[in-house]
Design a binder for this molecule. Structure first.
Ligand code: UDX
Length: 476
């Protein structure tokens, strides 16, 4: 067959973490639905877990143009790849995986008679070395950032913050001092809303080195895909566009895929890319709860609590009197599991339910869920926004400190509880969200959910931007 008549072939390479794998897998499905051939490249570690816990295998059958390929992240299998050791993974990817990626692209392994060689790479922009590889092998590259545009903009402004003397500062300085040198964030953005690593008081912090080149790094790529939508982050997107004119805002990706599948009357409307086993019993439990009565509590895939923090949440939730569904991952608390309570006492067990990992999208879409106590990871935030679920934010690190400020202060979708972990405050905040101010938060959450859904409809911004992306990939 004449290879030129075959569809373009995109290699998608996500950062090997739950959030980015989730959203970029949805992007892969969307591109397959648009008729492109896609190779989804994951590290061996992620591959093993996807095969064990997700329904990724069944998704292959849905798309003839879809392939899964694996690559080593260069770390031993027993490495945690989280918490304090996360940076080691970044370093290993940059050194070891870079060489393997180039070998893979030049090996001919990814093409066949019915599949063109790769015509475009889409990778997570935090892995800048993928752009070096793309340049070496003569391929165009588009970056995806799976964080919010508001946090990406903060990263873009890091050089300015240093130049103006607003960085560095330390944890002991006044964290309520306003930040002045980030255009578009004047007036409401404080030191405490910057990513956690900005508080280290040390410009040689490895995170500063990782994120400082963002503005020049992103400009190297042919384009930038963001998992957000124009009505949510419009003013900040306008700032980013000045540096990255080819900007494709196509989120919320998980719902975008659902809408496309429903449009095609697909019998399989959702995909699960979980790296942990989902406990479906929580859906049965939710079925028996009153409408909008349950607070869903989950701190994502990476956050690790101290025993003290865990106990504050435990008492705060129990004392709030609210119904709650709490996800406690097996590695969520940095103590021996026998050292902390995991079973609810009589009297609380009727209104509380604890599991190790939830089918989160389904939980947030459930009619019984009325609030989300979250770490403000970007996927979790978007999943909550589109379902119109108000949030209590307890950000842990990175973009989460920025996201939670936007949720509380700009979008008015909930309450930001950052930098506190006290049972009395938790109890009070839960009551505020679930009872005292519930109407106010539900109204703004419903309005934003409506905007999110509109952007996915035909001619909506995310819908049109995806069409533009596909057209641009086809013209490469
Ligand atoms: C990490 C960063 O911490 C986050 O700030 C960044 O935006 C992306 O990478 P993570 O901790 O994985 O994210 O949080 P998040 O982005 O919210 O992603 C978690 C994903 O896991 C969500 O898609 C959520 O639906 C899923 N999840 C979470 C489950 O399926 N079940 C659960 O029980 C908890």
């Amino acid at each position: 067959m004449n290879q030129e008549t075959l569809p373009p072939h995109v290699l998608i390479f996500p950062l090997p973490l739950q959030g980015p794998v989730n959203s970029m897998f949805k992007l892969a499905e969307l591109l397959c639905l648009s008729g492109l051939h896609v190779t989804f490249l994951v590290t061996d570690h992620i591959h093993t877990r996807l095969l064990k816990y997700s329904n990724i295998q069944s998704r292959f059958n849905a798309y003839p143009g879809f392939r899964l390929e694996t690559i080593s992240d260069g770390l031993p299998e027993n490495h945690t790849r989280s918490g304090a050791e996360l940076m080691e993974m970044f370093d290993s990817l940059k050194v070891k995986t870079k060489i393997l990626l180039k070998d893979l692209l030049t090996s001919g392994k990814l093409n066949s008679d019915s599949r063109r060689p790769v015509t475009c790479i889409i990778s997570d922009g935090i892995m800048g070395y993928t752009c070096d590889v793309a340049n070496d092998v003569g391929l165009p590259i588009i970056y995806v950032r799976t964080i919010s545009a508001c946090c990406l903009w903060v990263f873009f402004c890091l050089p300015k913050l240093i130049e103006s003397g607003e960085l560095p500062f330390s944890e002991d300085d006044d964290l309520d001092t306003p930040i002045k040198s980030i255009p578009g964030m004047e007036g409401f953005f404080r030191r405490r809303d910057l990513p956690m690593f900005c508080r280290s008081g040390d410009l040689s912090d490895p995170n500063v080195n990782l994120y400082l080149p963002e503005v020049t790094e992103n400009a190297r790529a042919h384009g930038l895909i963001l998992n957000t939508f124009d009505d949510l982050e419009g003013p900040i997107l306008a700032q980013i566009r000045a540096f990255c004119p080819k900007l494709y805002t196509i989120g919320p990706l998980h719902s975008h895929l659902k809408y496309k599948l429903l449009g095609q009357s697909s019998s399989s409307p959702t995909s699960s890319n979980s790296l942990w086993k989902e406990d479906m019993s929580c859906i049965t439990w939710l079925d028996s709860q009153p409408t909008k009565s349950v607070l869903y509590v989950s701190f994502g895939s990476l956050a690790v609590m101290t025993k003290e923090q865990y106990m504050e949440f435990w008492h705060g939730l129990v004392n709030s009197g609210s119904r709650f569904l709490w996800v406690i991952r097996p590695d969520a608390v940095n103590t021996d599991p026998t050292d902390i309570p995991l079973e609810l006492s009589k009297g609380t067990e009727e209104r509380g339910y604890i599991i190790g990992w939830a089918p989160q999208e389904e939980v947030l879409a459930h009619r019984a869920v009325g609030g989300f106590l979250t770490h403000s990871g970007w996927n979790s935030t978007l999943e909550s926004v589109i379902e119109g679920v108000p949030m209590i934010c307890w950000p842990y690190f990175l973009d989460q400190q920025v996201n939670s400020r936007y949720v509380g202060e700009v979008w008015k979708l909930g309450l930001d509880m950052k930098d506190t972990c006290d049972r009395v405050i938790i109890e009070k905040t839960v009551r505020e969200l679930m009872e005292d101010r519930k109407d106010e938060f539900r109204k703004s959450a419903d309005e934003m959910a409506k905007f999110a859904k509109q952007c996915l409809m035909e001619c909506g911004s995310s819908y049109s931007n995806l069409e533009r992306l596909v057209k641009d990939i086809k013209s490469m």
